[in-house]
Design a binder for this molecule. Structure first.
Ligand code: ATP
Ligand code: MG
Length: 173
């Protein structure tokens, strides 16, 4: 079992390609109200969870709600791919503004697994090249996360390790 130590109050960024299992992991380990997903916010601002053109507004709203939650002292999990530095920078900024520790949990599954899952889903229509690009972004992310300001970087490699992980909360004081 891999124990993921997370401060009681943290901004947790899930990091992983589409199909890595981020939303599944979030559902399993966190309460629905703790999880802010990019899909949910695209739905809120555009009535369509897959409307990529709504992403900027969706993340604007997501960051805003995350900031309010952190100000109120509520642990917050961001369920988005978070594969690019500029996307993660927005989260680091919100965490810093509220004096909260940013934590990353990387879910790394083989590309074949992510692709197999994607093909089985009706709600995801991106092609294999998109997934391959996400995998490249993930590889580049590894060396960057700590430098960007994530205070803890938990990496779960492979489906077994992801399935066996447990979250443990660290008292802040
Ligand atoms: P996206 O970035 O596209 O939202 P995601 O990382 O949130 O993807 P999920 O929606 O959690 O991925 O999972 C994709 C598919 O894989 C789902 O059909 C889900 O049931 C399945 N899946 C996710 N995690 C696991 C797991 N640990 N074991 C078996 N199947 C899984
Ligand atoms: Mg998801």
């Amino acid at each position: 079992m891999t124990v993921l130590d997370i401060p009681e109050l943290a901004l947790v960024a899930l990091v992983g390609v589409s199909g890595a299992g981020k939303s599944t992991f979030a559902r399993r380990h966190f309460a629905p109200s703790q999880v802010l997903s990019s899909d949910m916010f695209r739905g809120l601002v555009a009535d369509d969870e897959n409307d990529q053109a709504a992403s900027a507004d969706a993340f604007d709203a997501l960051h805003h709600v995350a900031g309010i939650r952190l100000r109120r002292g509520r642990l917050t999990v961001v369920d988005a791919t978070n594969l690019q530095s500029h996307a993660r920078a927005g989260l680091i900024r919100v965490a810093r503004e509220h004096d909260v520790l940013p934590v990353a949990i990387v879910l790394d599954v083989p590309e074949a697994v992510a692709w197999e899952r994607t093909e089985a889903r009706a709600d995801r229509t991106h092609g294999r090249p998109v997934l391959t690009r996400m995998r490249r972004d993930l590889r580049q992310s590894y060396g960057r996360l700590a430098r960007e300001g994530f205070r803890k970087v938990h990496v779960l490699r492979g489906v077994e390790e992801i399935d066996a992980a447990e979250v443990r909360y660290e008292k802040l004081f």
